[in-house]
Design a protein around this ligand. Structure first.
Ligand SMILES: *[C@@H]1O[C@H](CO)[C@@H](O)[C@H](O)[C@H]1NC(C)=O
Ligand SMILES: *[C@@H]1O[C@H](CO)[C@@H](O)[C@H](O)[C@H]1NC(C)=O
Length: 222
């Protein structure tokens, strides 16, 4: 009697072990076959529609990895046109090209996004966004990223701040001419405190947001 009970327990333990092995191997199987986000093309131009707490912007994004530079040209709805220029050496210029001649400069330890910056993102499954069936990933609670299942192009992303982008165009290989990457001369002039104090709030906010996002990216390692 005692022996058969022991045997029963042994068998049930064996069964349990088998089940655990099967489940863990199937988990392993499913995670190793999860889709991974496409790396960014080394050069592209994208038009993005942004929504930040209900405020709308159109961004012309010029990503240029070989030249170590990234440009966000930001049109606020019925408002300012701002230029957010990032270099891979960590310098950011944030300026207008109108008569206000505003410019803010930041020197950070962070380069521009690497083409493979989405490596290691967590796959969350599929979702319809903007009418496209997308694979969805999340990375470091920093960004949620939606990529078209068929074309592998980005469709949408949302930052941890709630700032979201809808990708309207995605021109792989498009490059903005060199002359456009020149920050204006007033970015290189010493500014007195008075002029800085007069900085338009939209510039101050945009600059802060940009620096915050870039700093966090640096802390997260991409
Ligand atoms: C923008 O975002 C807000 C929430 O922050 C939302 O209520 C609104 O519908 C969005 N607008 C558009 C055009 O997507
Ligand atoms: C980084 O590169 C830009 C563009 O060449 C330059 O204007 C800036 O001064 C450089 N920053 C540093 C810290 O070297």
């Amino acid at each position: 009697m005692a022996t058969s009970t022991k045997l029963f327990f042994l068998q049930s333990h064996f069964l349990l072990l088998l089940i655990v092995i099967i489940i863990s191997s199937s988990i392993h199987l499913s995670s190793s076959s999860d889709p991974t986000p496409s790396p960014w093309p080394h050069q592209f131009h994208s038009i993005l529609i942004m929504n930040y707490s209900g405020a709308n912007q159109i961004i012309d994004l010029w990503y240029d990895w070989p030249n170590g530079r990234n440009f966000n040209i930001i049109q606020h709805q019925l408002g300012k046109l701002l230029y957010d220029l990032e270099w891979n050496n960590g310098t950011s210029f944030f300026y207008t090209l109108d008569s206000t001649e505003e410019c803010r400069v930041a020197h950070l330890d962070v380069g521009i996004l690497r083409p493979n910056w989405l490596d290691g993102a967590n796959y969350l499954g599929q979702e319809h966004v903007d009418g496209f069936l997308c694979n969805v990933w999340e990375k470091a609670n920093f960004i949620w990223y939606y990529e078209d299942v068929v074309t592998k192009r980005p469709v949408h992303w949302v930052f941890y701040t709630g700032r979201s982008a809808h990708v309207m165009t995605f021109e792989v290989g498009a490059v903005l001419e060199d002359a456009k990457w020149q920050a204006p001369v007033y970015c290189f002039e010493k500014k007195d405190a008075e002029k800085n104090a007069k900085t338009h709030p939209v510039i101050a906010d945009g600059f802060e947001t940009s620096v915050r996002e870039r700093t966090l990216r640096g802390l997260l390692g991409y």
